[in-house]
Design a binder for this molecule. Structure first.
Ligand code: TYD
Length: 184
């Protein structure tokens, strides 16, 4: 199974995806990945270098092509849990002004996950939870990204979990509960 976690930073997706991978004995991975392109992306996200948003969208798509090869290899052996994937690009880059069809088109080689968990959170709580801020970590922007994610949740059938007033354990148990009900 290929399981993806999405959400804004501070939603708890890294903690929850790691916990689930451990529980399932799955391979845990993340985007931006640690490929060469992923390193360039991190440099841009830190605000050191500025590029056009379309360039950044292309870099995320390129990183994903490399990363997807690794995911496919791992899927032959075990389940894979991924912290951010295609839907991060659709949400963040479209809110940043890049045409959605362009984003979808450059990501046409992405895998279709078996399940996507969208973790949502009150924006103030999210900002409090996040220590190091990147170029996207601004209140109004994150609000729009989360709204876009909720729109995508309808389109792609995500499982949406609000983590605002819940403990790590409560959210984890909710996730396990959903997985138990999914035939595979
Ligand atoms: P993040 O999950 O915050 O990585 P880390 O915890 O290592 O800092 O992802 C970095 C940022 O990149 C985050 O603000 C979301 C953004 N992002 C996109 O805009 N598009 C994408 O396709 C991906 C994967 C991430």
């Amino acid at each position: 199974m290929f399981i993806v976690f999405e959400g804004i930073d501070g939603s708890g997706k890294t903690t929850q995806s790691k916990l689930l991978a451990k529980k399932m004995d799955a391979f845990w991975t993340y985007e931006p990945s640690n490929s060469l392109v992923g390193k360039i992306i991190r440099e841009i996200l830190s605000g050191k270098t500025e590029v056009d948003n379309k360039t950044l969208a292309l870099l995320f798509a390129a990183d994903r092509i490399e990363h997807t090869k690794l995911i496919k290899e791992e899927l032959k052996k075990r389940d894979v849990v991924c912290d951010r994937y295609l839907y991060s690009s659709i949400a963040y880059q479209s809110v940043a002004g890049v045409d959605e069809n362009f984003i979808k088109s450059i990501n046409r080689y992405a895998l279709k996950p078996d399940i996507v968990f969208l973790l949502i959170v009150d924006i103030e709580t999210a900002l409090k939870r996040v220590k190091t801020k990147d170029i996207f970590e601004k209140k109004d922007f994150l609000k729009k990204v989360q709204d876009k994610y909720l729109e995508l949740a309808e389109e792609y059938n995500f499982i949406v979990i609000d983590t605002t007033k819940k403990s790590v354990e409560e959210v984890h148990n909710e996730i396990i509960g959903y997985l138990k009900n999914i035939p595979h």
